[in-house]
Design a protein around this ligand. Structure first.
Ligand SMILES: [Zn+2]
Length: 373
């Protein structure tokens, strides 16, 4: 068993005083290997508490850089970190907090191709990702590779948390069988109370420690919800589904897979944009194919002349075939769905598709005030 040196005994003395932890439990934490997926609102407080608690090997996975708008809730970072890779700054900050532990930075985006290798170095995964696609990938990989998982999600003033352990209780897919990305907006679109992920991230750290030590009653088969406005917690019992696609009796998902229509952040970053005024100019003199990726009801309310309605969900499920000679411009209400559609179009071989920057809201604001959107 791992032993503790004099400095560690001083550092962790308040843990050692707890009969539920003691020398044995603290040594177990020292030998533990935990990966935090996402160094965002949830990952920051979770990683801070896990590092402080003495989790011996702590991995952090995130491919983003620090943005000024992150500082309202991502408490590993300060103003001086804006623009720097998140995992690098997070590692520095955590090393200052606890030089006794080993910190591993993964500056990559998690996908079906790399999840197996990355997870193989860890026994427990803390999911702090804000992408629905990543949440399902992490869940499926934890079931398939038999890792414990502590997941949480946040939305405006509300949060939820749930744990999974191999052979103990249901998985995230038992609760929500299918991803419905595009329906659940992330923080950028929906907004979030800055302190909210602090509460949920601290719950994730608590659950992680309990699962590692085998103490207490973890959130297995229980979904905990938190409402900051009413300051109330609720709990829902969840049963394991015999027909679950990944943890059920006859699973159809036996290898991690990227969800339909999954495109990486990097792919979305590479998409070329066109501004509303530029599009107005081009409309008069170029041959353009305009693809409106909103839902039919939104399209019926108002659309650009000549635009074709092809909802994003349909593109995700059926792919895309387009004549390649015309310039193709994708648009939606605010620019989120069209960015994805554009990335998928590029992958499908459409040459240089363009995305209407800011969506039809920008069109209304800058070009045509009477436009219905
Ligand atoms: Zn399941």
């Amino acid at each position: 068993m791992t032993t503790l040196g004099p400095a560690e005994r001083r550092r962790y003395s308040r843990h050692l005083a707890l009969p539920e932890i003691g020398i044995e439990g603290q040594s177990r934490l020292k030998g533990a290997r935990v990966l935090v997926v996402g160094a965002g609102g949830l990952g920051c407080p979770a990683a801070l508490y896990l590092a402080a608690a003495g989790v011996g090997t702590l991995g952090l996975l995130d491919c983003d850089s620090v943005d000024e708008s992150n500082l309202q809730r991502q408490i590993l970072f300060g103003s001086q970190d804006v623009g720097a890779p998140k995992v690098d700054r997070a590692r520095e900050r955590l090393r200052q907090l606890n030089p006794e532990i080993r910190l591993v930075a993964h500056a990559v985006e998690l996908c079906a191709a790399n999840v197996g290798e990355i997870f193989s170095s860890y026994e427990l995964i803390v999911d702090g990702s804000d992408r629905v696609a990543t949440r399902y990938l992490v869940n499926d990989a934890c079931v398939i590779y038999r890792k414990s998982l502590v997941s949480a999600a946040i939305y405006r003033f509300e949060g939820q948390a749930m744990s999974y352990a191999p052979d103990r209780g249901p998985c995230y897919r038992c609760l929500f069988p299918q991803p419905s990305e595009g329906v659940v907006p992330n923080c950028e679109q929906a907004g979030v109370l800055g302190v909210l992920p602090g509460v949920l991230g601290a719950i994730q750290a608590t659950e992680t420690i309990k699962l590692l030590l085998g103490i207490g009653d973890p959130l297995l088969g229980r979904l905990l919800t938190y409402d900051a406005l009413s300051l109330s917690f609720h709990e829902f019992r969840i049963a394991r589904r015999a027909d679950c696609a990944v943890c059920g009796e006859h699973p159809s998902i036996t290898r991690p897979q990227d969800p339909l229509g999954f495109c990486t952040v990097e792919e979305q970053r590479r998409v070329r944009r066109i501004s509303a005024p530029e599009l107005a100019e081009q409309l008069d003199r170029a041959v353009l194919t305009l693809i409106d990726v909103r839902e039919p009801a939104e399209f019926a309310y108002g659309h650009l002349p000549g635009a074709i309605n092809l909802p994003l969900a349909q593109i995700e499920q059926q792919g895309l075939t387009l004549p390649h000679e015309a310039t193709t411009i994708f648009m939606c209400r605010s620019g989120v769905r069209s960015l994805k559609a554009c990335a998928l179009a590029r992958r499908a071989g459409v040459r240089e598709p363009l995305q209407l920057e800011g969506g039809l809201l920008a069109w209304k604001a800058m070009v045509e005030p009477s436009f219905h959107v």
